[in-house]
Design a protein around this ligand. Structure first.
Ligand code: LAN
Length: 748
């Protein structure tokens, strides 16, 4: 425990002075929050609207003239949203939702001897208080999910480390915990929990109390089908430091807090627990993907190997894992791929190099990139932000709706282009093949250039945004050269899978059966990459827009020439190889009822706007294609009385539509966009959707935050709060034109 803190019990009270917090935006979109200690500092660095908005303070924006049509509503929307554009051109935002990240930050910092300021500690406590469920005092895997053993065990431990006493009213989750045993979650997440427990010495897991995480897998030859370099990048990037820490049997020395937690967290006497028999015990509430028999058998064998692991082999494996950790840190400016690997890498580096090292200093510095100060307190974000993702959508929305050309918006658009130019990754990673990385030259990643990972759809959306800004507007310079645009296209072409679809960070590297080795009982589909309709669409739409402007570049690779028909007309979209294969993939994954299941947004409405955009690209619309018609009919069946759509994150868990109790503005926009892409011929459903989104617009042009928008790995929801601006603006502007066009054709 840092020092004991006397904290208020009411989460509503603010713990620090909110007028003192500032978001610093530096280095190509980097976000760090700062608490100004003195009146004088605060005067020299005034709070701006971006700070105030994300802190939940009143912006006092004026009431705008009431919109008389959808375009005016879109205009009002951007009149507000422009206030949230940062000086460097991008739109910062909170990226919270998962409830297992803040404990990682706190526990990882604690065991690596890294301090927090008192204000950070207070605000993290406040966040946890605000997020504890009133019914049972626990926390779930994400902010909207029910309490789980995993979420509660981690967050309780975090609170105690942050300085909250065991007799504080907030610590009632212990009651919840006594019904389940948290150390008995055995998942990659459970492994994480168990490893955290082990580092803190809360469970004697190395006496075969949890399943092995051997570093030796890194010594296998690369061609082996289950070599970790074939795993999904997030899984393997977390596995690397975990296997290192497991290999070196890392533990933190016992202290008073650790001894106390042993008492508090376990329903029975900690010292009498028989750990080996608890290995595969998981509370029902946590369980999503039960272990396969194959995995249990393998764990058994690896468990036996642990008792006779050859020391030289183990040493070599530990050395290899450490090498990979260092390379990952260096490739990403010490942020690593994501927040979980970030904290594990930090612990591993500090273990190996100590608190006086350069690695310690750099890890401490980059911890701040994930720490976000929000209206409910301080959280740990899912990545170091969603900078590129947010700017990519709003840029396209503004160009497509014509709002970009309004004189009052032009400056803002120029800034957007400058930011996008700066965000493109110009080279492959420093340690490239040696850290099993895919190339990155020409890429746009999800957040910032420094994080440095290519994501297929982020490169697709980034490329589209640049093409829209540079080619469709007459007031923008060409900041991104043709060569750099070709680099992006070259990279995208390396990412297609043989089935025609696109995955997230890399082409699929491992066999499907590897999923049988998924150790994470709380997540689904995490062992390898998969094709996603969303990623596939972003890539093929961007390639197709690219082709309109650069018809001669790599024609043979983008176009399809069959041996039987060596000279098909180049204008036929079906002849585009990449696109054609992708469409085939999309047809293959449409559900019989007509929908597509979303993997990164909730859920059908999200995936369907992408899928129907793709189909439209090859001329498949409501009037011409059975697939498109089936999809539109599915959406129309789901439209609610009030004109909107609303589905729960639970849709993603079961791949079946689950209604949300409330209609959601963002999902209504996705559904309406999907219908427009499909050229749905009847205006009424769209008019009703538009009316709902306009009715929910607030007098200052903004929209209120509704349910969480995103998802990953089937079960964990994640927030995209900027979507409530970009998609309504886009949908309303698009619907304005679309409905007018429909009227014109009907009156002809
Ligand atoms: C993200 C966020 C963005 C998302 C899209 C670009 C939307 C998607 O189309 C492709 C996949 C990607 C890049 C994605 C992958 C998984 C991430 C990185 C996340 C959902 C954000 C957080 C999540 C990561 C796995 C969380 C860390 C947790 C672990 C258990 C390792």
């Amino acid at each position: 425990m840092y020092s004991r803190l006397d904290v208020q019990t009411s989460a509503a009270k603010s713990f620090t002075d909110y007028s003192r917090w500032r978001l610093r935006v530096s280095d190509s979109g980097r976000h760090t929050w700062h608490y100004l200690q003195t009146e004088e500092e605060a005067e020299n660095w005034p709070q701006n609207l971006v700070d105030k908005f994300w802190l939940g303070l009143d912006l006092a924006c004026p009431t705008l003239p009431r919109a008389k049509n959808p375009l005016e509503a879109a205009q009002n929307g951007f009149a507000f949203y422009k206030n949230l554009q940062s000086h460097d051109g991008h739109f910062p935002g909170e990226y919270g939702g998962p409830m297992f990240l803040l404990p990682g930050l706190v526990i990882g910092s604690y065991i690596s001897g890294m301090e927090f300021t008192i204000q950070e500690r207070l605000e993290m406590i406040r966040y946890l208080m605000n997020r504890a469920h009133a019914v049972d005092g626990g926390w779930g895997i994400h902010v909207e999910g029910p309490s789980t053993v995993f979420g509660t065990g981690l967050n309780y431990t975090a609170l105690r480390i942050l300085g909250v006493e065991a007799d504080h009213p907030l610590t009632t989750p212990v009651l919840f915990l006594t019904c389940h045993r948290w150390s008995h979650c055995d998942t990659i997440m459970g492994e994480i929990l168990a490893l955290a427990a082990q580092c803190l010495r809360l469970g004697s897991i190395f006496i075969a109390g949890n399943n092995p995480v051997p570093p030796e897998l890194w010594l296998l030859p690369d061609w082996i089908p289950f070599h970790p370099h074939r795993w999904w990048i997030h899984t393997r990037t977390v596995y690397i430091p975990m296997s290192y820490l497991y290999g070196v049997r890392f533990t933190m020395p016992e202290n008073e807090l650790i001894l106390a937690l042993r008492e508090e967290l376990y329903p029975e006497n900690y010292y009498s627990i028989h750990w080996p028999s608890q290995r595969n015990h998981v509370a029902a509430v946590d369980l999503y993907s039960p272990h396969s028999t194959l995995l249990d058998m393998l764990n058994g064998i690896l468990g036996m190997y642990e008792s006779c692991a050859l020391p030289p082999l183990r040493q070599a494996a530990i050395a290899k894992a450490y090498e990979l950790i260092v390379r990952e840190d260096e490739n990403t400016g010490y942020q690593t791929l994501g927040p979980v690997s970030k904290m594990f890498n930090q612990v591993a580096r500090v273990h190996a190099e100590g608190v006086e090292s350069e690695a310690f200093r750099k890890h401490r510095e980059k911890r701040y990139d994930f720490m976000w100060m929000g209206a409910e307190g301080m959280m740990m974000c899912g990545t170091n932000g969603s900078q590129l993702w947010d700017i990519g959508f709003i840029a396209q929305a503004l160009v497509e709706t014509g709002l970009a050309e309004l004189p009052e918006n032009q400056n803002s658009l120029l800034k957007v282009l400058e930011w996008l130019e700066d965000a493109q990754i110009l080279d492959n990673p420093k340690h490239y093949e040696s850290s099993y990385r895919h190339g990155t030259k020409g890429a746009w990643g999800f957040s910032t250039k420094e994080q440095g990972y290519v994501v297929s759809d982020c490169t697709g959306e980034g490329l589209k945004a640049v093409l829209y800004l540079q080619k469709n507007l007459n007031f923008t310079p060409q900041l991104v050269s043709d060569r750099r645009i070709y680099d992006a296209v070259d990279l995208l072409l390396t990412l297609q899978n043989s089935g025609g679809g696109f995955a997230s960070y890399e082409p699929i590297r491992g066999p499907r059966w590897l999923e049988l080795l998924n150790p994470a009982e709380v997540f689904g589909d995490i062992m390898i990459e998969y094709n996603y309709p969303e990623c596939t669409t972003s890539v093929i739409t961007s390639l197709s827009i690219f082709r309109q402007h650069y018809p001669d570049y790599r024609v043979a690779d983008i176009e399809y020439v069959t041996p039987q028909d060596p000279k098909p007309p180049l204008t036929s979209p079906y002849n585009r190889r990449t696109i054609r294969n992708a469409i085939k993939y999309l047809h293959g994954c449409q559900q019989p009822e007509g929908g597509w299941v979303g993997s990164w947004g909730i859920c059908f409405t999200y995936a369907m706007q992408f899928a129907l955009e793709s189909l439209a690209l090859v001329g498949e619309t409501y009037g011409t294609s059975e697939a498109s018609r089936r999809a539109c009919d599915f959406l129309i069946r789901k439209q609610r009385e009030d004109g909107g759509w609303g589905e729960s994150y639970k849709s993603c868990e079961i791949s079946q539509w689950v209604e949300h109790e409330n209609t959601q503005v963002v999902q209504t926009c996705w559904a309406a966009m999907a219908l427009m892409y499909a050229k749905y011929p009847y205006p009424q459903p769209l008019e009703r959707a538009v009316a709902l989104v306009m009715a929910r617009q607030l007098p200052d042009g903004s929209w209120a935050q509704e349910a969480i928008e995103g998802i990953f790995n089937k079960t964990c929801a994640i927030a995209y709060p900027n979507f409530k601006f970009s998609f309504p603006i886009w949908m309303l502007g698009k619907a304005h034109k679309y409905l007018e066009e429909l009227k014109r054709t009907h009156s002809r």
